[in-house]
Design a protein around this ligand. Structure first.
Ligand code: ADP
Length: 502
């Protein structure tokens, strides 16, 4: 078996965000923690990111190591080398005019996509492809290039057909974001003409970065087994379910791990009072602090429900808004929400909090430390996502003894065990699961939660402790990725396009 190889695998891990340097969502958590987990297994991992201003400021020991030019981009590009953490080399790709702007990597201050996203991420993909082929002046040749989401989707397409190319892995963190652009953009980017075909990047008279990853990678992964099945259906496949069905012998769902160095209630510097399963009673102190911080009455008996995330339709924020007025009639119930995103959802949430002071607290914005305090201080965590490739907050919640309430979809279905009488009896229940992302189903589920909260405390505690015992560390997932890397090396996929004609 290939796991007996004497030398470490050389892996180039490409992402548009990674903790702790730049983060908008779960991709950053994965890109910041899977490479170290692979390094821990003895592999040689180098992470490549665009050089955003914050990444350049924060990265350790940066040195410019190479400069290069690529097609369709007029200027000179600099690759800086540093360290993500011990064992993981970091490359930051500085492309003047592309990534050196403040704010979010993908959208401007109004929440609109940067108008030159195609140019920005195509340029990044070209540099990653050059590194992958050993043509970026780095004197290093990876055996694997692991790409993530649409921003890196062109890489497998750009290296297809090249002799001595590394095996390519493409991980789908969310099918909903595809990077679709028009024919004029395709021509401006000077992409190889052969890529404009149904077997290549073409997608309903446009072209899709995501499709590049799905059509050309040697192996495709997504971040939970259930989502791997869901994306084969029209409801979740966004028009690419046919292609995925065709490639499904090379599609694997690998559940994300979480970084217990960052998300551990026993050693979390952001929270008021550290605790673990043995000292669970101390969790109540975090609840008091959170209530105070958010302007909620300090009531230990109130059921405090938390929610954190991007305020978008996917996350079911509108479902929460639908049921909140009814919930306000319940006694001893408080809600704490942290998020940013769709301005209309932000406005409606803020209005709801204004209408129910002392019961609903809403914090609009991105606040990593407050996210930790909500995980530590709440009794339960609500995630009514319409779809959820993996989801991380339910995993953080389990570790923090904060009972997750989730829709049965994607990674939520794979990680939370419903508190049915049978599961409770067997000690496997870890949360509450409902079956349709609609207000009545969510409402019925919350009625169950409230009934359970009002039982003698030992019931709740049993559920909490079963959740805290779960192990979602990266160990087994990183090993799973390593196996996939070897399978991809041993079974290169034939190129779907006849010829690559730059
Ligand atoms: P997604 O990647 O779809 O946004 P995930 O659940 O996979 O969802 O990951 C979201 C990550 O981003 C979690 O670590 C979550 O805590 C964090 N996050 C999202 N919104 C906020 C926010 N407003 N403040 C702090 N952290 C946030």
């Amino acid at each position: 078996m290939s796991s007996q190889r004497p030398t470490p695998l050389k892996i180039l891990f490409a992402s548009s965000e990674a903790q702790p340097l730049i983060k908008t969502g779960g991709l950053a958590d994965v890109a910041g923690s899977l490479p170290p987990a692979l390094s821990h297994l003895g592999e040689e991992v180098r992470l490549v990111l665009p050089a955003y201003p914050t990444t350049l400021e924060q990265a350790r020991e940066l040195t410019p190591v190479s400069s290069l030019r690529i097609g369709a981009y007029p200027g000179e590009i600099t690759i800086h080398q540093g360290t993500l953490e011990e064992g993981v080399t970091l490359y930051l790709v500085e492309i003047p005019g592309m990534f050196d702007r403040p704010g979010n990597p993908y959208v401007d201050g109004q929440g609109n996509n940067w108008p030159d996203n195609a140019q920005r991420f195509a340029a990044f993909c070209r540099v990653v492809a050059n590194i992958a082929l050993g043509q970026a002046g780095l004197k290093w040749l990876p055996e694997i290039v692991h790409c993530n989401d649409w921003q890196t989707g062109l890489v497998p397409a750009l290296i297809t057909g090249e002799g001595n190319r590394p095996a390519s892995i493409f991980t789908i963190h969310n099918m909903a974001y595809q990077g679709v652009f028009d024919r004029i953009t395709f021509d401006q980017l000077q992409l190889p003409p052969a890529l404009w075909s149904m077997e290549g990047l073409e997608f309903h008279n446009n072209f899709s970065f995501l499709k590049g990853g799905l059509a050309f990678a040697d192996w495709i992964t997504t971040v939970s087994p259930t989502y791997a099945g869901e994306i084969l259906t029209p409801a979740f496949g966004y028009g690419l379910d046919g292609l995925l069905e065709y490639r499904k012998s090379r599609l694997t769902g690998v559940l994300n791990g979480i970084d217990y160095r960052v998300w551990d209630p026993a050693g979390d510097p952001a929270i008021a009072q550290p605790y673990d399963a043995q000292t669970l009673k101390l969790k109540a102190i975090n609840k008091q602090h959170l209530q105070q911080e958010l302007g909620l009455p300090r009531q230990p008996e109130a059921l405090l429900i938390g929610n954190i995330g991007r305020l978008v339709e996917q996350k079911g924020v509108d479902l929460i808004l639908d049921i909140l007025p009814g919930l306000m009639h319940k006694e001893n119930l408080q809600v704490a929400i942290l998020g940013s995103g769709d301005p209309e959802l932000e406005r409606r949430l803020t209005a709801m909090a204004d209408a129910h002071p002392g019961k609903i607290a809403v914090h609009i914005g991105y606040d990593e430390a407050l996210a930790h305090r909500i995980e530590a201080g709440c009794d339960c965590f609500l995630m009514p996502s319409r779809f959820e490739p993996c989801g991380l907050n339910q995993l953080y919640s389990l570790r923090y003894g904060t009972v997750p309430i989730v829709n049965r979809t994607g990674g939520l279905a794979d990680t939370v065990v419903d508190a049915t009488p049978r599961n409770l009896l067997e000690g496997t229940a870890t949360g509450f699961v409902f079956d349709r992302p609609q207000p009545p189903a969510l409402w019925d589920c919350l009625e169950r939660v409230i009934e359970f909260w009002n039982r003698p405390a030992m019931w709740w505690e049993k559920l909490v402790l079963a959740g805290m015992r779960q192990d979602f560390s990266w160990d087994s997932s990183a090993q799973h990725y390593r196996d996939i890397y070897h399978r991809a090396i041993d079974n290169p996929a034939p190129s779907p396009v006849a010829r690559k004609d730059d």
